[in-house]
Write a protein that binds this ligand. Structure first.
Ligand SMILES: Cc1cc2nc3c(=O)[nH]c(=O)nc-3n(C[C@H](O)[C@H](O)[C@H](O)COP(=O)(O)O)c2cc1C
Length: 208
C-alpha cells in the first residue's frame, strides 16, 4: 500500500477488536518511531507509559468518560510531560550528547547555556512548551502505526489529574497530557466506513 493510502486508511478508531493483540516486533517498531521523534532542542522532556495491565486499564477507562478504546485496544500509550525538567536534566542531556557523539561537555557549553536559558521561563509557560513536544511524539506514533497497519485512536478525552493519580505519575515528576490507543479495528466500528472530512488543499495551504 502506498504511504498516502495508509494515511487514508487510518482513522480514529472507536471500537477495537479486543481479541487482536499487536505482535511484539511491531510494537517495538512503533515505540522506536516515537523514540526517533523530533523535539525542540532535542530535549524529549517526556516519557511514554505503555499500559497493558487490564486492572489499571479498567480504572483508566472510568477516568476517560468510559470510552471503550481504553480497555479494548491492544495497548495504551500515555504520553506524560516531564514538567519538572530542570538544570540537572539539562546537564544530563548535554552529557548524553557528549557520550553519543564522542566529544566533551566543554565543547557544548554554548548549547548548555542556551538550553538553561529556555528553562528560565515561568513554570506554566515551560510546561506548555514541553507539552508541545509530547504532541510531536504522538504524531510520529500515529503515522508509524498507520505504516505498520496498526489502528489507533489519539485521545484527549480523559481526566489528566485522575490518570496522574492512578498511574502514580508524580513519583516520576510527570503529568499525563495525551494518550494513544493501539490495536485493530472491529468490523462493527462504523467510523471506518465514513469518508474523511478534511479542509481542501486550497483552504489549508497558502503558497507565498
Ligand atoms: C489530540 C487529539 C485528541 C483526540 N481525542 C479523542 C478522544 O478523546 N476520543 C475519540 O474518540 N477521538 C479523539 N480524537 C480523534 C479525532 O476526533 C479525529 O482524529 C478527528 O475527528 C479526525 O478524524 P480521523 O482521525 O478519523 O480522520 C482526538 C484526536 C486528537 C488529534
Amino acid at each position: 500500500m502506498e504511504f498516502l493510502e495508509k494515511l487514508n486508511r487510518r482513522y480514529a478508531t472507536k471500537i477495537f477488536d479486543p481479541t487482536k493483540i499487536i505482535a511484539k516486533g511491531d510494537l517495538e517498531k512503533l515505540l522506536e518511531a516515537i523514540r526517533l521523534s523530533a523535539s525542540s532542542i532535542g530535549l524529549q522532556a517526556y516519557q511514554v507509559l505503555v499500559v497493558e495491565n487490564p486492572e489499571v486499564r479498567k480504572k483508566l477507562r472510568q477516568a476517560s468518560y468510559n470510552q471503550s478504546q481504553i480497555t479494548d485496544a491492544s495497548h495504551l500509550l500515555v504520553f506524560a510531560v516531564d514538567y519538572d525538567f530542570n538544570q540537572k536534566d539539562a546537564d544530563n542531556f548535554i552529557q548524553l550528547i557528549a557520550d553519543t557523539r564522542n566529544t566533551t561537555v566543554d565543547t557544548l557549553q554554548g548549547y548548555a547555556t542556551m538550553i538553561k536559558g529556555h528553562l528560565q521561563q515561568p513554570a506554566a509557560q515551560l510546561e506548555e512548551w514541553l507539552t508541545k513536544q509530547v504532541y510531536i511524539g504522538l504524531g510520529f506514533g500515529l503515522v508509524a502505526a498507520a505504516n505498520l497497519g496498526i489502528d489507533s485512536c489519539p485521545m484527549e478525552g480523559f481526566n489528566t489529574a485522575e490518570y496522574d493519580t492512578i498511574l502514580n505519575l508524580s513519583q516520576y515528576g510527570l503529568k499525563s497530557k495525551v494518550i494513544l490507543a493501539l490495536g485493530y479495528r472491529s468490523e462493527e466500528d462504523k467510523y471506518q466506513y465514513l469518508t474523511k472530512v478534511r479542509k481542501s488543499t486550497e483552504d489549508l495551504f497558502i503558497h507565498v
